[in-house]
Write a protein that binds this ligand. Structure first.
Ligand code: ADP
Ligand code: PHD
Length: 480
């Protein structure tokens, strides 16, 4: 294990550049304290959404317009807008004209390079021998890369202006003819770096043989971050976020009511990430967990606070709920088939269909004749899969409903009474529970509610299970 840290700055935080510079990148650090850190940066907030598609609403970005080919040139107009937005960001960051010009020139080169590839591909595909579908994943990779190249280039330039020996580490493989694996690309970049004297600012997007977007898709910068931490044997991995990892989303529960979480474990982090909260990408957590590298989640704007320490072994001393988290916009696909009773194999076939249409399963439940999958995907994909289910099982009834999931999560929840408290908190708030799940490991209790009840459910569960919760007194042996 080495003495350095690997640190990731998310897109929302990156947009507050001056604060990031004052709190994280430089702060009050003296010369030597600036080094022995590796920074992995995400694209500025909203940029990847414009390049690909909006992460939450699904609204089309350049990629979606190009892939959909609904309008031949709409993607080009949007690509212009991305370039303009990037140059606006440059202007906000760089006070001197020379640096701003350098940053604008960098943006122009990348945007125009990608544009000419996309136009050429369009032309090639007009002959029919080249099929657009076969190249879309490469298009997606190329577009995504521009966002992180921009933010990493700017951050390195800004630090150099402040006298720091910062290096722009471009893992996007721009105009490089090699075809390296992720591991090879990282090793190649870090082989010749002296971490004691050089501060690497690394693109959160890496181009690699495996296909970053194909395997990890959105949120990929956390994979890069985790792989770098593992390969360079970091002492600690740190994620800087917009908020403290809190007992509930501070945008839903009043900021004064939520508490930062001091410690938790990777099991809890997986549950959060499954709900889309992305405390850390599950595939990123795996590498860190296996190499025993502790992960710290810090609030980018509260630098003196130690943040949340996540490691493999932690269990809270007393049983409690640590976080209330949830996800809106989930579709419940209910598959009802009376012939299912007593026979097996239905589940395997349904899973194969969900896999074929690349639907992300967030939760599922089953009984004698019904299997319900709760999935997070676009309505278009849901319609496709339900039609496929109806075709494959003509006598089954398939119903779809939009719902929300709300979970109470904790590293040690094995105490009687928690579930009944949760259910009564929701009942008191007049919230109808559509389904509920709890596994025997008892790291989470999950409630399915109508989408309109999402916020209220989080607020009430937080109030009753965290704010005003005290452990039930143990029952004495022999009590009546
Ligand atoms: N328990 C929680 N603690 C902190 N933030 C949360 C929690 N649940 C949801 N969030 C939301 O997560 C968002 C932060 O997302 P984040 O992944 O940090 O963005 P980025 O990666 O762009 O920095 C915030 O907008 C916040 O509302
Ligand atoms: N910018 C990319 C990669 C990423 O990880 O971003 P963030 O750290 O802001 O979630 C995305 O939006 O998918």
């Amino acid at each position: 294990m080495n003495g350095h840290t690997v640190e990731k700055i998310g897109g929302t935080s990156m947009s507050r550049t001056q604060e990031v510079l004052d709190n994280i990148l430089m702060g009050k650090r003296k010369e030597q304290e600036l080094y022995n850190r590796i920074f992995v940066v995400s694209a500025y907030g909203g940029i990847t959404d414009m390049l690909l598609e909006h992460k939450k609403s699904g609204a089309s970005g350049v990629y979606a317009l190009y892939a959909g080919a609904e309008s031949d040139w709409a993607w080009g107009d949007l690509l212009n807008k991305v370039g303009e937005r990037m140059c606006e960001i440059n202007m906000e960051i760089f006070e001197d004209d020379l640096s701003c010009q350098k940053a604008d020139q960098f943006v122009r080169e990348r945007i125009e390079g990608v544009r000419s590839c996309l136009i050429d591909l369009h032309r090639l595909c007009s002959y029919g021998h080249f099929q657009l579908d076969e190249h879309l994943i490469t298009v997606r990779e190329m577009l995504a890369a521009i966002g992180e190249a921009h933010s990493a280039f700017n951050t390195a330039l800004l630090l150099q202006q402040h006298g720091v020996n910062a290096h722009f580490i471009d893992l996007t493989g721009w105009r490089e003819l090699d075809n390296l694996t992720l591991e090879e690309r990282i090793q190649q970049a870090f082989n010749s770096l002296d971490l004691a004297r050089e501060l690497p600012i690394v693109t959160g997007y890496p181009r690699c043989k495996e296909g970053t977007m194909m395997i990890y898709d959105r949120g990929y910068s956390e994979i890069t971050f985790s792989k770098i931490a593992v390969l360079t044997e970091a002492r600690e991995a740190i994620i800087h976020k917009e908020y403290h990892l809190s007992s509930a989303d501070p945008k839903v529960v009043d900021k004064d009511r939520v508490e930062p979480i001091g410690r938790t474990n990777y099991d809890v982090a997986d549950q959060l990430s499954n709900l889309g909260m992305e405390a850390i990408h599950p595939k990123a957590a795996k590498g860190l967990r296996q190499c025993h590298i502790p992960l710290r989640v810090k609030n980018a704007f509260d630098p003196d606070h130690a943040g949340t320490l996540i490691d493999g072994d932690y269990k809270s001393d007393t049983p409690c709920v640590e976080i209330i988290a949830g996800r809106k916009g989930v579709f419940a696909i209910e598959f009802f088939e009376q012939d299912m009773v007593g026979s097996s194999g239905y589940d395997t076939q349904l899973l194969a269909l969900l896999e074929r249409f690349k639907l992300k399963i967030v939760a599922k439940d089953t009984n004698a004749n019904t299997i319900t999958h709760f999935v997070a995907s676009s309505l278009k994909a849901i319609k496709r899969v339900t039609h496929a289910m109806e075709d494959a099982f003509p006598s089954a009834a398939v119903a779809v409903r939009k719902v929300a999931l709300v979970s109470a999560i904790g590293s040690n929840m094995q105490v009687p009474g928690l579930l009944s408290n949760a259910v009564s908190a929701l009942a008191k708030a007049d919230i109808n529970i559509l389904a509920l799940h709890q596994s025997m490991r008892q790291v989470d209790m999950q409630f399915v509610v109508d989408e309109k009840d999402y916020e209220e459910a989080i607020i009430h569960l937080h109030e009753h299970l965290i704010e005003s919760y005290s452990l039930p007194a143990p029952r004495s042996v022999g009590a009546a």
